[in-house]
Ligand binder design. Structure first.
Ligand code: ATP
Ligand code: ATP
Length: 722
């Protein structure tokens, strides 16, 4: 099998042979660059030279080494045959001293040049070096300025979003909006068209799953709807896009949810003040504050900001009789009953509890929660508000399986309209009534769940293909083409491939061993007691368990980011581990492009190699050159995958790897893992991914990690019965 490179001399010789006389006409710096890339000891040609084409195809054509892409393939195949070596002969890749960690900003691995000649390009004079350095600094400044401008614009857009609160009818009433017709609209971002001339109707009370490849524009579409920026959306229609976590302050989680009912909050506040006043006036007949007197003069109208500002025309000296207070209180009680205010607290508490907030947590200040939990509070608030149109963007990403199952059943009873972006097949199949499919700038609606959509679409594509082929045949026979209806060619998404480079070396066992290992955070209780297990290069494991039970901590104990408080965790000194963690985006430097970012992480590695690595995760072409703050969620995830797998780890530790990936990408991930030659341990609750890519399920519970005998479906059933 031709997979890795040979020495520099043999590569140079093979290249000479492949290019023939044409080689002599090409700039020697280019030839030197190509030889350097191919003779790098970690370079893999691929079975038929396909990786070499990926890395060098463009430059071979552009420099005139070959005249066509086809010839580039031939040359690379020849080079692979001549210079690739079998796996057994492969040289060992340099080892990393520490594992690669995404969240913590993986230690930047410097790939040292083998010798002076390995860096492509000619040596520069001191003057040129200085010039280059100045340019680099200028570009850096520019890049940061653009990034900050982008973030400021995003914040401004967010601040301009209509505020959505619980509406009880009457003054604060909802429009009673029903169906929404968005006719012939287009959406562009930075001059790039994402949706073109689409027409979408959202029927009141239906639940739509919005699906499409990463980066097609689903989130952008939700944002535009929430801003009422698409013609056809009634101004009065309350649309809530759950996008941002709630801000952390002293209000408890429960108060934060309840405060979304502004009318209730204000009525309760007023009630409290009136009662205090009643008690006081019983003693001293004191004067009420101007604001209260004003409310009473206004009758039973609920207090809101407008009244506070403009309604206080009564002077503070005016005295209110206890009768007036009684009257106002009666009106308040009546209104509280009408708006179902007395059951609000239990409704809010039950939503929070469904989303895994224990009673104690519901009474904790929002500022004490992590981002993920604050996102869950934002979701709880949205469910409590019940807007006319609820827009959810990958809600299951932040939830444990228990909460996902609860959310599914809650949304099944949802009475209003829902649009949910999700890449979780089982969630979509359970929750949605229709699918909106965004592909190739077009939006199509399909009735039914995700599986039905897939079947219908396959059928539609088959028929379209048949119609296209027969129209093509007819085109060959009939001249009068105008008389035939135009049949569009079938446009299908290209197949994804995720390539996880397998390690070239296989360190002997044991690789990872837990021996009576216990762990607790300082000042906290023990999270794990006496763990005993091992992980090796053949392990294929999924770890499951509720939120906060310790799954991420366990990954950190495996990788060495944490050490046990007692007992031992043994890690083979030769093992290279890569961690993909849930907060991978925090580790990315968003002001850079994916290519610049990888170049920073792996200095000295030729650009073409890094491009090939990005390409193997679907980030080829312009995406590699786009600042990362402009990338979609799934696109950023791919940058992380490209980064952590570059140095061919022996063990992959994946914390919720399918979050953000589109459904085809999850299939590609499964395929990639199946071909990967190292060990895999993942934390996930994605049934499709788990079922298709691991052979063992481990449950974290009560300080233990126990193998589960049964399928993931069986495990899910145990949760429903809890
Ligand atoms: N300044 C820009 N220049 C070029 N492309 C841009 C720019 N800003 C955004 N984009 C592109 O616009 C698209 C916006 O994607 P959006 O986040 O709406 O996609 P998505 O369908 O929600 O993706 P995902 O499934 O990954 O979450 C992406 O393809 C992104 O690369
Ligand atoms: N650095 C830390 N210091 C103190 N306590 C921590 C720290 N990190 C996590 N914890 C606590 O340890 C417990 C386990 O956290 P961990 O993140 O491992 O759980 P998890 O099962 O991965 O949760 P999730 O599913 O929400 O990611 C939680 O109660 C958490 O609050």
């Amino acid at each position: 099998m031709a997979s890795t490179s040979g020495g520099k001399t043999s590569v140079s010789k093979a290249l000479d042979e492949a290019l023939g006389t044409r080689g002599a006409t090409v700039d020697s710096t280019i030839i030197e660059y190509i030889v350097n890339v191919l003779s790098d000891e970690t370079f893999e040609f691929g079975e038929k030279g396909e990786n070499a084409v990926e890395a060098l195809g463009e430059i071979l054509v552009e420099s005139g080494c070959v005249v066509s892409e086809r010839e580039a393939y031939q040359v690379c195949e020849y080079l692979a045959e001549k210079c690739g070596r079998s796996t057994s002969e492969q040289q060992k890749v340099r080892e990393l001293v520490r594992p690669l960690k995404m969240g913590a900003g993986m230690p930047e691995a410097r790939v040292a040049p083998k010798d002076e000649g390995e860096n492509p390009g000619l040596p520069l004079s001191a003057r040129d070096e200085a010039k280059l350095e100045r340019r680099r600094r200028r570009e850096e400044k520019q890049r940061l300025a653009q990034y900050h401008a982008h973030m400021a614009a995003a914040r401004e857009a967010m601040a301009g979003m209509p505020v959505v609160m619980v509406a009880h009818g009457g003054d604060l009433g909802s429009s009673g909006a029903r169906d929404i017709h968005m006719d012939n609209f287009s959406i562009s971002v930075a001059g790039k068209e994402l949706i073109s001339e689409a027409t979408v109707t959202l029927a009141f009370g239906r639940r739509y799953g919005l699906v499409g490849r990463n980066g097609t524009g689903k989130t952008t579409f939700l944002k535009h709807m929430a801003m009422h920026a698409i013609p056809g959306i009634p101004k009065t229609c309350q649309i809530l896009h759950v996008e941002q976590e709630v801000t952390g302050d002293d209000a408890t989680a429960l108060e934060c949810v309840l405060s979304a009912d502004v009318e209730r909050t204000n009525l309760l506040k007023e009630e409290k003040e009136l009662i205090a006043l009643q008690q006081k006036s019983a003693l001293s007949q004191s004067a009420p504050p101007a604001e209260l007197a004003a409310n009473m003069a206004n009758g039973i109208k609920p207090v809101n900001e407008t009244e506070k500002d403009g309604g206080a025309q009564t002077n503070g000296e005016e005295r209110l009789s206890s009768d007036a207070i009684e009257e106002r209180l009666a009106a308040i009680y009546k209104r509280l009953e009408v708006i179902d205010a007395y059951s609000a607290e239990s409704r809010a508490a039950s939503i929070l509890s469904g989303l895994s907030f224990a009673p104690e947590m519901q009474h904790r200040a929002t500022k004490t929660f992590s981002g993920g939990w604050r996102m869950r509070i934002a979701l709880a608030r949205a469910l409590f508000i019940e807007p006319d149109l609820l827009l959810l963007d990958e809600p299951t990403n932040h939830l444990d399986l228990h909460a996902v199952l609860w959310l599914e059943s809650y949304l099944l009873r949802w009475k209003k309209t829902l649009v949910v972006v999700s890449h979780a097949r089982d969630f979509l199949n359970t929750v949605v009534t229709d699918i909106l499919h965004l592909q190739n700038m077009k939006m199509m609606t399909y009735k039914g769940d995700y599986d039905t959509f897939e079947k219908t679409r396959q059928e539609r594509l088959k028929n379209q293909q048949k119609a296209f082929e027969s129209s093509e045949r007819a085109r060959n026979h009939i001249q009068a083409l105008e008389r035939m209806g135009e049949v569009e060619a079938v446009i299908n998404d290209p197949d994804y491939v995720f390539q996880f480079p397998s390690p070239d070396d296989r360190p002997g066992p044991p690789i990872i061993s837990f021996i009576d290992a216990s762990f607790g955070y300082p000042g906290g209780e023990l999270l794990f007691k006496n763990l005993n297990f091992g992980i090796d290069l053949d392990s294929r494991l999924a770890v499951v368990g509720s939120n906060g039970i310790g799954k991420s901590t366990m990954l950190k104990l495996i990788s060495g980011e944490l050490e046990p408080t007692s007992g031992t965790v043994y890690r083979s000194p030769k093992v290279r581990m890569a961690i993909f963690n849930q907060h991978h985006v925090d580790g990315l430097d968003l002001a850079y492009t994916p290519l610049q970012y990888l170049s920073k992480c792996f200095p000295g590695v030729p650009e073409q190699k890094l491009r090939a690595q990005l390409g193997s995760f679907g980030l080829g072409g312009p995406l590699a050159l786009q600042p990362m703050y402009t990338l979609s969620g799934g696109q950023k995830s791919r940058v992380s995958f490209a980064k952590i797998t570059y140095l061919k780890p022996h063990i992959l530790l994946l914390d919720e790897p399918s979050n953000h990936l589109d459904l085809d990408a999850v299939d590609a991930l499964m395929q990639g893992l199946a071909l990967y030659g190292g060990g895999v341990l993942m934390v996930s609750h994605d049934q499709h991914l788990i079922t298709g890519s691991v052979d063992e399920l481990w449950v974290v519970f009560n300080g233990n990690v126990t193998p589960f005998r049964g399928t993931f479906e069986d495990y899910k059933r145990t949760l429903v019965h809890l």
